[in-house]
Design a protein around this ligand. Structure first.
Ligand code: PEP
Ligand code: MG
Length: 312
C-alpha cells in the first residue's frame, strides 16, 4: 500500500459518511486568498476595497479588483456581495449622512434607495469582470428585509447578465419569509453577525451584551433552521457566512440544520473541515435537534458532544 492520503488532500467539506458541506472563504480582497485551501469564496465584502475612497469607485477600477479575485478561483464559486455600507461601515463617498440609529437606517441594500446609480455601476462591473473569467460568479445583497427588495435586486442583476443571484439573511423579517424570498432568488446566505444583532436587539459590537449575541442562542438556531428548511424544500443552497460558522462545533450543528455551505476566514477552515469529518450526517442532525431544543446557549453547546451514538 502507498502512503496514506493526506487528510487535507481534498478541499471539499463533508461529514464522516460523505454528506457535502462546501467550505468557502470570507474575504475583503484577493490577498486573503493566498494559500487558502477553500472550495471558493462565500462572501466577498466589496465595501472593504473602497472604504477610504472620497469619490465613488469607477466601473473600471471595480472591474480590475473583482477580476483579481475571480482569477484566483478558476472554476470555483465566488459570491460577490454588493456594497454593505452604513452603520459600522461608513463609506466616505456616500456622503456624511448622519442618522440617529445607523444600524436601523440606510445601510446595505437600503443605500440604493438614495444612490441607485452606485448599485447599478457595481452590478455592471461585477458582470463585466465575470464575463472574462472562468470563476462561477454569483452576486448577493446585504441587509435585505422584504420579498420585494429581493425581487428587485434579482431583476437588476439578471438584466445586467448575472444569472445567479442571492440575498443575505440578516434581518429576522427576512428569515421568517425565507421560503417566499427563495421564489425570487437562487440562494440564501445567513449572516449570523447581523441576524443576532437584529434578533436580539443588541449592538453587535457591545461586549456587555455578549450573552445575547451568543450564536448558540437557540432562537438564532431556529431562524437558521427555518431558512435551511426553506432551501431544502426547493433544492436551493442556503449557506452561513457569519463568524459563527468558524466554530467547529457550531459548524456541525449548522450542517445538521441542513445548511449547505459555510463561509469563514480562510485560517478557520481546516478545523471546521476536521470537525465535519468526525461526525456522520445523522449525528449532525441529531446534534442540531438537541441544540434547537436546548433552553439556553450553554446547554445548546453541550448538546453537540453529549449524546453522540459513540458516547452511549
Ligand atoms: C454578517 O452580518 O454575519 C455578515 C457576514 O456580514 P458582515 O459581518 O460583513 O456585516
Ligand atoms: Mg452583515
Amino acid at each position: 500500500p502507498g502512503p496514506p492520503p493526506e487528510p487535507d488532500a481534498d478541499l471539499r467539506g463533508r461529514t464522516a459518511d460523505g454528506h457535502p458541506v462546501a467550505l468557502l472563504a470570507n474575504i475583503g480582497g484577493a490577498a486573503e486568498l493566498a494559500g487558502a485551501r477553500v472550495e471558493g469564496v462565500g462572501l466577498f465584502r466589496t465595501e472593504l476595497l473602497f472604504q477610504h475612497h472620497i469619490d465613488p469607485p469607477t466601473k473600471a477600477e471595480q472591474v480590475a479588483a473583482y477580476a483579481e479575485v475571480f482569477a484566483a478561483m478558476p472554476g470555483r464559486q465566488v459570491i460577490v456581495r454588493t456594497l454593505d455600507a452604513g452603520s459600522d461601515k461608513p463609506l466616505p463617498f456616500l456622503g456624511g449622512h448622519v442618522e440617529p440609529n445607523p444600524a436601523l437606517g440606510l445601510r446595505g441594500l437600503r443605500v440604493a434607495r438614495r444612490h441607485g446609480d452606485i448599485l447599478r455601476t457595481q452590478i455592471a462591473a461585477i458582470a463585466a469582470a465575470a464575463r472574462g473569467s472562468s470563476a462561477r460568479v454569483a452576486v448577493m445583497a446585504p441587509m435585505v428585509t422584504t420579498v420585494a427588495e429581493a425581487a428587485q435586486f434579482a431583476a437588476l442583476c439578471r438584466d445586467a447578465g448575472l444569472p445567479t443571484v442571492g440575498v443575505m439573511i440578516e434581518v429576522p423579517a427576512a428569515a421568517l419569509r425565507s421560503a417566499q424570498i427563495l421564489q425570487t432568488v437562487d440562494f440564501l446566505s445567513v449572516g449570523t453577525n447581523d441576524l443576532s444583532q437584529y434578533a436580539f436587539a443588541a449592538d453587535r459590537r457591545s461586549g456587555e451584551l455578549a450573552d445575547l449575541l451568543d450564536p448558540w442562542q437557540p432562537v438564532l438556531l431556529s431562524l437558521i433552521a427555518q431558512c435551511a428548511a426553506a432551501g431544502a424544500a426547493v433544492g436551493r443552497p442556503v449557506g452561513v457566512c457569519g463568524e459563527a460558522a468558524a466554530d467547529p462545533a457550531f459548524a456541525v450543528v449548522l450542517a445538521g440544520l441542513g445548511v449547505t455551505s459555510l463561509s469563514m476566514s480562510p485560517p478557520s477552515v481546516p478545523a471546521v473541515r476536521a470537525a465535519l469529518a468526525a461526525y456522520t450526517w445523522d449525528e449532525c442532525r441529531a446534534a442540531a435537534q438537541r441544540a434547537l431544543a436546548a433552553p439556553d446557549p450553554a446547554s445548546a453547546r453541550a448538546a453537540v458532544t453529549h449524546g453522540r451514538a459513540s458516547d452511549d
